[in-house]
Every structure is written in C-alpha cells, then in structure tokens.
Design a protein around this ligand. Structure first.
Ligand code: GDP
Ligand code: MG
Length: 370
C-alpha cells in the first residue's frame, strides 16, 4: 500500500517532476506530481530514466560524523550548558529571567530578547554561559530519552520557605542518573519564612551534601525576586565549568540538538538548535531527526541575524522541511540528496517502529543514482 509521490521520486533522481509525469502519461498513467505511485511503477520509471535502483542498508544511511571524539588538538574551550530544575513555583522562571538580566551585553546591544528556548549571558569576566530556557523535568528527561545529554550543569532551585518537595527529589534523581554535576540555589531567601539551613539538612537525606555541610556540592543562597546572590551563582557555575574542562572542535561540520521547534506562520518550520560541535553556517545542508533542510537564516537569542554558530551556542534555524522533535540530532551533510535520503530513511524506520508488523516499504529502500 505504501508508495512514493512522483515529485519525491523526481527529487531523488534529480529530474523534473513534469518529465516524470510525461513519462507516466506515455506509460498510460495520467497522474500529477503530487500523486503516489506504487513500487513497480516507480522502479519502471527509475529504469526509464537510466538510473539504477540502489538498495539502502542501515549502514548506508548512518551519517558518518567522524570519530565520536574529536582529536585533542582540535578542541577549544566552550561555554557550559546549564539547565535549571526544581519544584513548581520554587522560582525557576524567575531565576532564568534574573540571570538573563545580568548579561553585560544585553544592555549595550539594546536588542529585544527573543524566547528561543535557550540564551547566553556574558559574565563580568567575559565568560559565556548558555542557559536552557525550558525549565522542567520533562524537557530534561525527554531529551535524555532521545540520547541528548546536552546539559553540563544542573542548577537545582529549592525555595527556602518551602523546602524539599516531590519534584525537587525527582530532579535530584534525574540529575544523578544523568551523572551531571549539580549546584543548589536556595531561592527566596528574602522571605521571613526562609530557612536555608533546613534545606541543606533535608538534602543530606537524599545524599546531596552541600559545601556548607562539609560536602562537595556547591550551594548558594539567592533571591530571584530581589536579585540577591546572582553573581555568586554565576561564579559557582563558572567554577564548576572550569572543573569540567568543557571543550569542542569548532572547525568541523556541525552537529547539534533540537531544543525546541515549531511551525511559525510566516517563517515555516523553525527549530532552536544548540550546537554541540563544529560551526553551523548559513547555507549548510542538514538532517535533523526525520527532517532535512538547508540553513536559510539563523537568529540568535538577541533577535539578531547571524551567519555562523559555534559550540554551545543556541540559535534559531530557518529552512527546515518540517518540524523536528526536541532532542533530535542535527547533522550537517554533504548534499541535499543525501539529506533527503537519510531523513526519509529515518522517517521510515520510525514508522516501522510505530507499526511493528508492517512490511518493509520500498519507499525509502532505494535512492536513484546514475
Ligand atoms: P517556577 O514555577 O519554578 O518557574 O517558579 P516562578 O519563577 O514562576 O515563581 C513562582 C512564584 O515565586 C512567583 O510568584 C514568583 O514571583 C515567586 N518568586 C520567585 N523567586 C522569588 C524570590 O526570590 N523571592 C520571592 N519572595 N518570591 C519569588
Ligand atoms: Mg516556571
């Protein structure tokens, strides 16, 4: 029952859709480019156009991203990527906003900040920190489930008046499972009812021993509302980042992860990509999850159009074939045919997974080559 549209087949053969329609008409099949044809017909057409059918195996469509680890000498320091977690109403959003307000360049640029799912701040010493602007455990666990360990450091927000709550404990467990270092931000210390010491004690029960209790987990008292302790929090993040010696190779084809994506009325499918390694450039051709595309434009968190985005940089990417999922990997590939092939193959694999008993469709089994 599965087939391929005339247009898609034309794309894969790098032929004009209209020429395929003409050929089909001669074969006694009056169809339009948007109509789906069956496997036999498609194979006939492929031969008719002098292409050959190439079976595509799993290995063929794996993207060769080079070694998993780039050679030492290619690595350069990169900014830490920080996720803020904690119980509802403990101040995650407030803290993200307050931290964003500390950006030393935000004022200068005078740009309107954009919500793109992540932002970067420049600290007083010039260091850059990337914050994922999608607080919550779902985002974190969903990303991890998709193999995306984009977070280097978790900031656990605990309201000093409320103490440890169910989602606080969940966050601790997720963070431990991910093996990501944690910094505890004890928030709302401006309140009379704040009891930070109680928070530290309760954390012990969950095997989180903060520095104040003689442990190794950094903790800091803050007030997102009154902007207390923000600089100290930033210092601790930078200290933790230093210990991690975060590095990436900026001089290679780019790889990144989808932080969020949506269909935008005027701009089509748009995704915020956090670049992991390499440098993403306008004009790059890529595969992202089951979608493909060509970077038409990139917009940073300050709403500025940019031409390039390096490691740890979040950037909104325009030019996608469709909306990918959070956590999907983006990989730059050599050409559009390759991008479509890999995306189509992935889409088919995903469909197969959803309908396990379905027979292998031919649709993505071949690519047409001369
Ligand atoms: P989230 O659910 O974790 O994102 O929490 P929000 O940032 O939405 O904050 C929940 C409530 O706590 C809001 O009414 C905030 O104004 C308030 N809040 C956040 N931080 C502070 C703080 O440092 N002090 C006080 N007094 N209130 C705060
Ligand atoms: Mg919130």
């Amino acid at each position: 029952p599965e087939g391929i549209t005339v247009q898609e087949l034309a794309n894969r053969m790098a032929e004009k859709g209209a020429d395929l329609v003409k050929a089909l008409f001669k074969m006694g099949m009056p169809v339009t480019v948007n109509q789906t044809i069956d496997q036999d017909t498609a194979e006939l057409l492929v031969e008719e156009f002098g292409h050959r059918i190439q079976r595509v195996s799993d290995a063929d469509v794996e993207i060769d991203t080079g070694a998993d680890v780039d050679a030492d000498e290619t690595l350069k320091p990169r900014a830490p990527v920080v996720t803020i977690m904690g119980h509802v109403d403990h101040g995650k959003t407030s803290l993200l906003d307050a931290l964003r307000g500390t950006d030393v360049v935000a004022g200068e640029a005078g740009g309107i900040t954009q919500h793109i799912g992540a932002y970067q701040i420049k600290a007083k010493g010039g260091e850059i920190i990337t914050f994922l602007d999608t607080p919550g455990h779902e985002a974190f666990t969903e990303m991890r489930a998709r193999g995306a360990n984009v977070t280097d450091i978790v900031v656990l927000v605990v309201a000093a008046n409320d103490g440890l709550m169910p989602q606080t404990i969940e966050a601790i467990n997720h963070t431990k499972a991910a093996g990501v270092p944690m910094i505890v931000a004890i928030n709302k210390i401006d309140l009379d009812t704040a009891n930070p010491q109680r928070v530290r004690e309760r954390l012990l029960e969950h095997e989180v021993m903060v520095e104040e209790m003689g442990g190794e987990v950094q903790d800091v008292e803050v007030s997102a509302l009154k902007k207390i302790g923000l600089d100290t929090l930033i210092e601790k993040i930078l200290l933790q980042a230093e210990l991690l010696e975060l590095k990436a190779n900026p001089d290679r084809t780019a790889e990144g992860r989808v932080i969020e994506a949506q269909l935008d009325k005027g701009r089509g499918a748009v995704a915020t990509i956090l670049v992991g390694r390499g440098t993403l450039k306008v004009g790059d051709i890529f595969v992202v999850g089951e979608q493909s595309g060509k970077v038409r434009a990139m917009v940073n968190d300050k709403g500025q159009n940019i031409k390039e985005a390096g490691p740890s940089m979040p950037v909104e990417v325009l030019g996608l074939s469709g909306v990918p999922m959070a956590g999907d990997q983006l990989s730059v590939v050599e050409n559009e045919a390759r991008a479509r092939e890999v995306a189509a193959y992935r889409a088919e694999q995903a469909t197969k997974k959803r309908t396990t008993s379905a027979p292998t469709s031919f649709e993505h089994m071949f690519s047409a080559l001369n």
